[in-house]
Write a protein that binds this ligand. Structure first.
Ligand SMILES: NC(=O)c1ccc[n+]([C@@H]2O[C@H](COP(=O)([O-])OP(=O)(O)OC[C@H]3O[C@@H](n4cnc5c(N)ncnc54)[C@H](OP(=O)(O)O)[C@@H]3O)[C@@H](O)[C@H]2O)c1
Length: 255
């Protein structure tokens, strides 16, 4: 078994996931990087982590497929013999205006749930045997403010992240005392996810509305979310079943 601690992050070839593996690498951990489609961005993130001194395992796996989730855990065991923190970050959506109820069908819900909810469940289940061997192990689920505020890319996405919050509490009860399970609900993160999904004009308007409203007057960065994932994953010894709203004061608004 590796002496260094190991963090596994699903969907870590870009955005929040990439920032999270780099944060754990900076802290002296080894990392498992996962993606489902494009290898090149994942390999670039792996190089950055190696430059920070981490050993890296890179695994192509679609978390919505249980066989892939189990293979990810098996490859982690074969490479490192341990896992200390799992961050369920891989996510997907469909951008549909709130009032356009006909813009979503059952298949949209099923595709989004398959990754955001079922994928996080399957990966958690696959990693429990490894995580429960490590003192202070943690699972961190990346949710969204969309789960709480009726804002976000679509109602199917909001519902999926609400399910992630409920699952976080259920898993925290099921897996304690060995494994802590928490979630982060970030607000607007300045990453390609929103820019590509909304297009440049809608994104600019959305960003302005956000910064005009949020008490701290700024969007989040992927590094802000990685910071919270580091704390909830590696620290926060007495915190479990918590959904941390990380919104730069958007909910409380400016005074
Ligand atoms: N950006 C925001 O404003 C925001 C706000 C709140 C919450 N979030 C949440 O934060 C998480 C990451 O978002 P992001 O902004 O960093 O997006 P991103 O840059 O698009 O990253 C998504 C990552 O997930 C991977 N992925 C997608 N489907 C996958 C699957 N089935 N299996 C494995 N990996 C998969 C992608 O790689 P491949 O394409 O190669 O698979 C990519 O690495 C998501 O859960 C999202 O809901 C984002």
């Amino acid at each position: 078994m590796s002496e260094r601690k190991v963090c596994v992050v699903s969907g870590s070839s870009s955005g929040i996931g990439a920032a999270t593996v780099k944060r754990f690498a900076q802290e002296g951990w080894d990392v498992v990087i996962n993606y489902s489609r494009q290898a090149a961005p994942a390999e670039a993130v792996a190089e950055e982590c190696r430059a920070l001194g981490a050993q890296v395992l890179l695994v192509k796996a679609d978390v919505s497929q249980d066989a892939d989730a189990r293979r990810l855990a098996d490859e982690t065991r074969a490479c490192f013999g341990r896992a200390d923190v799992l961050v369920n970050n891989a996510g997907t959506t469909k951008f549909v205006a709130l009032k356009n109820l006909d813009g979503l069908d059952a298949e949209d819900f099923q595709r989004i749930y398959a990754v955001n909810v079922i994928g996080a469940f399957q990966l958690s289940r696959a990693f429990v045997p490894l995580l429960q061997q490590q003192a202070g192990a943690g699972i961190v689920n990346i949710s969204s403010v969309a789960s709480m505020m009726g804002r976000g890319s679509s109602i199917a996405y909001m519902a999926s992240k609400g399910a992630v919050n409920a699952m976080t509490v259920g898993l925290a009860r099921a897996l304690g005392p060995q494994i802590r399970v928490n979630a982060i609900a970030p607000g607007l993160v300045a990453s390609s996810w929103l820019q590509q999904g909304m297009g440049p004009e809608r994104y600019a308007a959305h960003l302005k509305a956000w910064t005009d409203t949020a008490a701290l007057g700024e969007p989040l960065t992927p590094e802000d979310v990685a910071d919270a994932a580091w704390w909830l994953g590696a620290g926060a010894a007495k915190t479990t079943g918590e959904v941390l709203l990380l919104d730069a004061g958007f909910r409380i608004t400016k005074g």
